[in-house]
Design a protein around this ligand. Structure first.
Ligand SMILES: N[C@@H](CCC(=O)N[C@@H](CS)C(=O)NCC(=O)O)C(=O)O
Length: 219
């Protein structure tokens, strides 16, 4: 039975989307236009009452949350590379993955959707401003992970194959440009992210989602 992935262009669902493409796993992509509020339509809310992407459907199984989806794919497609197999290296990779998901991603939500944190509009402006400064620190930390991996001679963040960390790094850098953080502030991270975007599976997901990596001039 074919997997189904609900995704929003440019959203965190890009992480499972690009990994499914990278590994040539058959799936049906289903696009939701988040800016049009399609995640709040009753048919989708029956699938995910939290009104969020990504959602992966495998038969009767409905999985939400980037981390749960990625770990499910890793367990199901055991020949495909997601994380290192060495226990210590795997733990360190999962540590960064969890931080990207629960901290960097969450910080961006304060920039992109400050209304989720207060309905007081002047406070929303303050929340957003402070979150942009925090987000820069996070991008700097990701850039350091790129630097360390390159010093160790690794092609990608966890070794010789693309992992969810590389694709998340691309997504988070791209979101930074949505917050008017210029790629020129993070030259090493930016050149890395462009290389990730050129990897064939990642590129297919970029084309399907019609993404530009630097949107700082658009908004
Ligand atoms: N913790 C969740 C976060 C999911 C999330 O924030 N999804 C966003 C896109 S990046 C979304 O669907 N937002 C729509 C909304 O909240 O209205 C995960 O890891 O999957």
């Amino acid at each position: 039975m074919t997997l189904k992935l609900y995704f929003g262009p440019g959203a965190c669902s890009f992480v499972p989307h690009a990994l499914l493409e990278t590994h040539g796993i058959e799936f049906e992509p289903i696009m939701l236009k988040l800016h049009k509020g399609e995640q709040y339509e009753p048919a989708f809310m029956q699938i995910n009452p939290r009104s969020q992407v990504p959602v992966l459907i495998d038969g009767k199984l409905i999985i939400t949350q980037v981390m749960a989806i990625i770990l499910y794919l890793e367990a199901k497609f055991s020949n495909a590379y997601f994380f290192p197999s060495d226990p210590a290296e795997r733990a360190k990779a999962l540590e960064i993955f969890a931080w990207m998901n629960n901290t960097v991603h969450a910080t961006f939500m304060h920039i992109f959707m400050p209304r989720k944190f207060t309905d007081h509009e002047p406070s929303q402006i303050e929340i957003k401003k402070f979150a942009v400064s925090q987000y820069r620190l996070h991008l700097n930390e990701i850039q350091k992970y790129v630097q360390v991996s390159q010093e160790l001679g690794k092609e990608w963040l966890t070794g010789g194959s693309i992992s969810p960390l590389d694709v998340y790094a691309l997504t988070l850098m791209r979101w930074g440009t949505m917050a008017q953080i210029s790629p020129s502030e993070f030259p090493l991270l930016w050149s890395f992210v462009q290389r990730v975007g050129d990897a064939p599976g990642v590129k297919r997901a970029i084309v399907r989602e019609r993404l530009q990596l630097d949107v700082s001039q658009k908004s």
